[in-house]
Structures are given as structure tokens and as C-alpha cells.
Design a protein around this ligand. Sequence first.
Ligand code: SF4
Ligand code: SF4
Length: 62
Amino acid sequence: MVNISLDQDKCKGLECGECVDVCPMEIFQFEGDKVTINHPEDCIICEVCVDVCPNQCISVKG
Ligand code: SF4
Ligand code: SF4
């Protein structure tokens, strides 16, 4: 099981949305102005989300 975490205190939410845009498995979605993690079991651990986040909010551990 992949463990994905997202630091909501550092996340810029709707102002950013980079992770929502880049994840090939559509793991990140907006819920209101916050980003939520959905069906993490589909994560392929490409780590594009980790690389693209400007605030180092995301960690992915396989
Ligand atoms: S590691 Fe890849 S598949 Fe997994 S959440 Fe990040 S962008 Fe999506
Ligand atoms: S890329 Fe980082 S700052 Fe931007 S919405 Fe995703 S978690 Fe938040």
C-alpha cells in the first residue's frame, strides 16, 4: 500500500493545483479549496507530484 501524505498547512490549494494537474492517476482532487488524496492504491509512485509541488507538501512512500 502506497502512503501518500499532503501537508495542508503548507499547501496553497486553489492558488496552485499543480499536483491535481500532473498526477497521471488523478489521485489529487479539489474539495472546496483544499486538495484531497483519493484512491491512493492506484498510485504508481512516479513522484511527479513530489517534484512539481512548489512547497514540498507531498511525500510518497511505497
Ligand atoms: S507519485 Fe505519481 S501516481 Fe502517485 S500520487 Fe504522485 S503523481 Fe500521482
Ligand atoms: S502542488 Fe503542493 S502546494 Fe500545489 S496544490 Fe498540490 S500540494 Fe498544494
